[in-house]
Design a protein. Structure first.
Length: 211
């Protein structure tokens, strides 16, 4: 697990799903061409293309050409290279997730995959006194602690997680998250997935009946 608590980059362009995490503090950056950038504003604002996204809100930018993002405060931008997604924004975060997750946690889908297998951005909610089961993921996970604090247990190495900590879990890295006397909200980027709409299975076509 690699972490950042201030300005810097976590580069995973050498993975099956090339991705870069950029921790931006009071600066203007350019997004990467032919990519999708997923941002979460921890504090302050992020401004791009005349749009202002405020604290504790999120966005995604589909980049065919570089886009300037001006950050006042702290924003984490995670880019999936070689994938053109959709332009979205939302927030603020809800108090709990809409879906159940392992060991008493919950999650909400913030930026959905446009098609089956595409990247997504999620919010994971950890109540107090959570001791997750050890598990792995087949691809990298990147994200930031949006609220609260906890621990990432790597079975022999415990990494403290406080509000504003950005991270990357490598594929197949055994881990679990733990909380004690604090809740924790994690913004989690998945570069791939096995869920999403297809041409033969989506809301519009599933509610269309031919005579």
């Amino acid at each position: 697990m690699e972490t950042l608590t201030s300005t810097g980059i976590i580069d995973r362009r050498n993975t099956m799903y090339p991705s870069i995490l950029e921790y931006v503090t009071d600066n203007t950056i350019e997004t990467h061409p032919y990519s999708t950038s997923y941002g979460f504003v921890l504090t302050g604002t992020a401004v791009y293309n005349g749009v202002t996204v405020s604290s504790q809100k999120w966005f995604s930018i589909a980049n065919e050409t570089p886009t300037q993002v001006t950050v006042s405060g702290k924003t984490v931008i995670i880019t999936r290279l070689g994938f053109i997604g959709q332009n979205t924004m939302g927030g603020p975060l809800e108090k709990t997730g809409r879906l159940t997750y392992i060991d008493g946690c919950s999650d909400s889908l913030l930026v959905y995959p446009p098609r089956l297998g595409d990247a997504s951005l999620n919010a994971l909610y950890f109540p107090e006194s959570i001791d997750q089961t050890f598990h792995i993921h087949p691809s990298i996970r990147m994200g930031i602690i949006a609220k609260g604090s906890g621990i990432c247990d790597l079975k022999g190495r415990a990494i403290p997680l406080t509000e504003g900590t950005a991270f990357c879990l490598d594929s197949m890295e055994l881990h679990r998250f733990k909380t004690v006397d604090s809740k924790m909200v994690v913004i989690a980027y998945h570069p791939d997935g096995d869920w999403g709409p297809t041409d033969h299975n989506h809301i519009m076509i599933n509610r269309t009946y031919m005579e």
